[in-house]
Design a binder for this molecule. Structure first.
Ligand code: LAG
Ligand code: CA
Length: 469
């Protein structure tokens, strides 16, 4: 057993997409822990295929062994990262690719960790898997093994997604191998999993695999949130997977984009009535690595709207929120910054290659705001009927968001006790109790007169130590 600090109790997930393990470790220590993030989501940790030419980011979604030497670092670096994050109070959730191995349409036989495999022959010697461990036809009714009907349960779950070799998750052997892989991470301290392509694994198979998982080093069941694209009904609808854990809320991300491109005053009722999954089952997000590439959500290209959407997500009461930090790309298939052999290099947040959203001063400080507001209901809603809103969370925290092109000056009812508050969107409270940015004064009746600049926000909360000047 590992000696670890207790988790800090926060629930916000920083999704550090394809950051290498050393960079994740440093971020946990220097940013995520100090700012109150509850967890970090990391890229798929298994060894994966390495193509012969360029190295698109999606190589890691083609596992070829369950060893942990990968594009993001060695097994030792992975384990050191988990320990560093735990020591910073931050849990670690790994992206788990368990529906499939590499594409049967790939001819490369090299990997980042040195595994022996041949995708064309369904052969993965290190696990080992051979062709009997994959779905063929039957059960897939299509002779090319592809998915033709995306509303047909058998095709979606037992044919090949994108020609990726589809594991026979009905078999006890395969279930045992997948559970063994996941348990190797749990035993190393991993606290939960983003389950990749979960819609493509039969619910009964997933339930069986999850039943085999060990408890985490902190004595909890691993947190499971499943990738289920919406759009199908019945057994393929997000709700049909909730017996096995939470689901990533794609509808949340799509609707948030619509409102920030329309009128955020509508967000007053944002929640289950909008067709979202139940709050306690929803892992909500502004974007993720797929959505920023298909441009169906806000992305780092959207400037203040992207920042303000994260601020709203952290202030609102719905779901378990994520903050997304990836890398900049010109083309959809671009590699993350990597060395000549494709191994991802250390994250650099200042040379315009990575998008370190988790460090954005306003977003990072909203994590503390979010933690302070836990358990408090939304109150004191205000909007201008267009693109400016404000609300409090009980008497603990208050925010105003201006998604319009003109400044808004207003006397707001904040719900806060009288005092001087640091606007955490642009300031940090120092040890001496001063604010490095602007302050807002709340009067004895809880009112504050302030200006929210265009494309900006003002956020105040009761902090310790308090801001005194
Ligand atoms: C996911 N969720 O269900 C990931 O979020 C998504 O990023 C993954 O696709 C997908 N499921 C499979 O894990 C990504 C890329 C695909 C890529 C795939 C496998 O978006 O473009 O497919 O990872 O690396 C690529 C090629 C395909 C090819 C396939 C197999 O684009 O043309 O058929 O590899 O060789
Ligand atoms: Ca499947």
């Amino acid at each position: 057993a590992q000696a670890v600090a207790a988790p800090n109790g926060g629930d916000v997930i920083a999704n550090l997409f394809e950051w290498n393990w050393n960079s994740v470790a440093a971020e946990c220590t220097n940013v995520l822990g100090p700012k109150g993030y509850g967890a970090v989501q990391v890229a798929p940790p298994a060894d994966s295929i390495k193509l012969s030419g360029a190295h698109p980011w999606w190589e890691v979604y083609q596992p070829v062994s369950y060893g942990l030497n990968s594009r993001m670092g060695t097994e030792a670096q992975f384990k050191a990262m988990v320990t560093a994050c735990h020591n910073a109070g931050v849990k670690v959730y790994a992206d788990a690719v368990i529906n499939h191995t590499a594409g049967v349409n790939q001819t490369s036989t090299s990997s980042y960790g040195g595994a022996t495999f041949n995708p064309v022959g369904y052969s993965y010697a290190n696990i080992p898997y051979s062709s009997a461990d994959f779905h063929g036809s039957p059960p897939c009714p299509n002779s090319n093994l592809g998915i033709n009907d995306w509303n047909n349960v058998t095709q979606v779950q037992e044919c090949q997604l994108l020609s990726l070799s589809d594991l026979n998750t009905e078999s006890d052997y395969v279930r045992g191998k997948i559970a063994g892989y996941l348990n190797s991470m749990v035993d190393a301290g991993v606290d939960g999993f983003r389950v990749d392509a979960a819609k493509h694994v039969a619910q009964a198979d997933m339930a069986n695999i999850l039943s085999r998982l060990h408890s985490t080093v902190w004595g909890a069941r691993p947190y499971v949130y499943q990738e289920i694209f919406p759009g199908s009904s019945g057994q393929l609808a997000p709700a049909a997977f909730e017996g096995n854990g939470s689901v990533l809320e794609f509808t949340y991300a799509y609707k948030l984009k619509d409102q920030f491109n329309g009128s955020i005053a509508n967000l007053k009722t944002f929640g289950a009535s909008w067709g979202l999954e139940p709050s306690d089952k929803s892992a909500v997000m502004v974007t993720n690595h797929d959505l920023e590439r298909d441009r169906t959500t806000l992305t780092y290209n959207d400037g203040s709207k992207y920042q303000l959407a994260h601020i709203f997500e952290l202030a609102w009461t719905y779901g378990t929120p994520q903050v997304y930090s990836g890398f900049r790309f010109a083309n959809k298939d671009d590699s993350p910054p990597a060395d000549a052999n494709g191994y991802v290099t250390d994250t650099n947040c200042s040379n315009n290659t990575w998008t370190c959203t988790d460090r954005d001063q306003g977003i990072a400080n909203m994590v503390g705001w979010h933690n302070a507001a836990r358990g408090q209901s939304v109150a004191n809603w205000w909007d201008n009927g267009g693109n400016a809103i404000a609300f409090s969370r009980g008497d603990k925290a208050w925010v105003a968001i201006n998604n319009s092109a003109t400044a808004v000056t207003q006397t707001f009812t904040t719900g806060l006790a009288a005092g001087t508050y640091c606007n955490v969107i642009h300031g940090d409270v120092t040890a001496a109790g001063t604010c490095t940015g602007g302050t807002v004064t709340v009067d004895a009746t809880g009112k504050a007169t302030t200006t929210v600049p265009a494309g900006d926000a003002v956020a105040l909360y009761t902090q310790a130590p308090p801001c005194t000047a």
